[in-house]
Design a protein around this ligand. Structure first.
Ligand SMILES: NC(=O)c1ccc[n+]([C@@H]2O[C@H](COP(=O)([O-])OP(=O)(O)OC[C@H]3O[C@@H](n4cnc5c(N)ncnc54)[C@H](OP(=O)(O)O)[C@@H]3O)[C@@H](O)[C@H]2O)c1
Length: 390
């Protein structure tokens, strides 16, 4: 029996992870669940999965949860970062699923690594912000970081049994999002409801907007650099609208391995939970007689400048990726609240990056400092609306 704690159990990944656990009751047990503010869904999950301990974002939510009927006796209810950290480092955990969205995932994930817990990593922002630190600490503690992101799971699967020096290129596939074929003028007028309609995946709001701007792929380039210890020049992006080929690895002999499957996050979640084994899946399976034609195109960095911004942040390194990420989170939220246009998102990020003084070998404190500074700066940029070439 593998004991699993879930950070972000009420999100899109968290809910699908619980489906995987439900389907494999004899193999996995839930030790702890951490949510943000969705007390009603967390209550349902508690009743169904009987964790020993849970956490929510603040005291007020914790009190609300306490007053819910039907909770198991002896359930411990915690709140805030201290609660998330406690859950991440429980003695009985064999694995921690890191599925909180955004920068808020970094510290609890780092806590799990420091406690020597293997991590199934969905929260890509952890490696974007603190890739060097997290991977260094994981190596020191003998901790496995098992990718949940479908592209990184694909690469991880393609790399089983091969050596690092044999990798020539990592090729990340991107669906292109809902605006893949939109013109610059159409992008300028893109509304949040349109951006939230992803053609292939059903995901949380933040990552869905990141897919529309292609920042998601930019963040994934940074994530891949750290997960697989490759140089940025070895990572390429191709647009593959069908989302059937989840990513590819080219080896030095010219062979290319790809991982294919239906666009369903339960597959990479299940692999991260069961690695190095494969579990019987709940489907859906690919039917090669009815598969659509598989297309591959180069990405258009002119229409989707977030890709280049992420590549630039990775090239500069140090605290710059944390600045990219922090400004992106603020800009995405502002777009969702209709305070800025879709095409302003990369402009806010670029302006935040321009004014940042990079710390080259940052500590966790430096990274969190850069994140905070970037958020403040992005808020200011949005308020002032200066120098924007719309
Ligand atoms: N969804 C996907 O298919 C997918 C695929 C690949 C990678 N990922 C990555 O997985 C992570 C989660 O994505 P998602 O789509 O599942 O997001 P989501 O649906 O928005 O869920 C986010 C989860 O984090 C919690 N949360 C939000 N803000 C928080 C905070 N400040 N402190 C603590 N908890 C907080 C939410 O709690 P409440 O809802 O209770 O407030 C929820 O449980 C992201 O990093 C994303 O990039 C997602």
């Amino acid at each position: 029996m593998k004991n699993i704690a879930i950070l972000g159990s009420t999100g899109s990944i968290g809910v699908q992870a619980l489906e995987v656990i439900d389907f494999n009751r004899g193999r996995f047990r839930v030790t702890a669940l951490a949510a943000g503010g969705n007390v009603a869904l967390l209550r349902e999950q508690i009743v169904r999965f009987r964790p020993r301990i849970v956490a929510v974002i603040d005291e007020e939510r914790a009190r609300r949860l306490e007053s819910e009927p039907g909770l198991p006796r002896g359930l411990e209810i915690l709140s805030g970062l201290a609660g998330y950290n406690e859950i991440a480092s429980l003695r009985e955990n064999d694995l921690v699923l890191s599925a909180i969205v955004g920068a808020a995932g970094l510290v609890p994930t780092m806590t799990a690594v420091e406690a020597g817990k293997n991590v199934a990593l969905a929260n890509k922002e952890t490696l974007v912000m603190g890739g060097a630190l997290v991977m260094e600490k994981a190596a020191a503690k003998g901790v496995r970081i098992l990718p949940v992101d479908s592209e990184h799971s694909a690469i991880f699967q393609c790399l089983q049994g091969s050596r690092a020096e044999e990798i020539k290129r990592i090729i990340l596939t991107a669906s292109g999002g809902p605006f893949r074929t939109w013109t610059r003028e159409e992008l300028r007028r893109a509304r949040p409801d349109q951006a939230l309609r992803h053609p292939n995946w059903s995901m949380g709001r933040k990552i869905t907007i990141d897919s529309a701007t292609m920042m998601n792929k930019g963040l994934e380039i940074i994530e891949a650099r750290w997960l697989f210890a490759v140089n940025p020049e070895q990572i390429e992006v191709v647009v593959h609208p069908q989302s059937i080929v989840h990513s590819l690895v080219e080896f030095r002999d010219g062979s290319v391995l790809a991982q294919l499957g239906q666009p369903d996050m339960r597959l990479p979640i299940s692999y991260a939970f069961s690695w190095p084994e494969r579990l019987a899946g709940a489907g859906p399976f690919l039917d090669f007689r009815n598969i659509p034609a598989l297309e591959f195109h180069p990405p258009d960095a002119d229409r989707f400048p977030c890709l280049s911004l992420a590549a630039e942040a990775l090239r500069i390194g140090g605290t710059m990726p944390a600045v990219l990420n922090g400004a992106n989170e603020i800009a995405v939220q502002a777009f969702l609240e209709e305070k800025i246009l879709f095409t302003h998102i990369p402009q806010v990020i670029a302006a935040a990056m321009e004014s940042h003084r990079v710390v080259t070998s940052p500590t966790l404190r430096d990274i969190l400092g850069a994140d905070g500074e970037s958020r403040e700066r992005a808020v200011k940029i949005i308020e002032e609306r200066r120098d924007w070439s719309v």
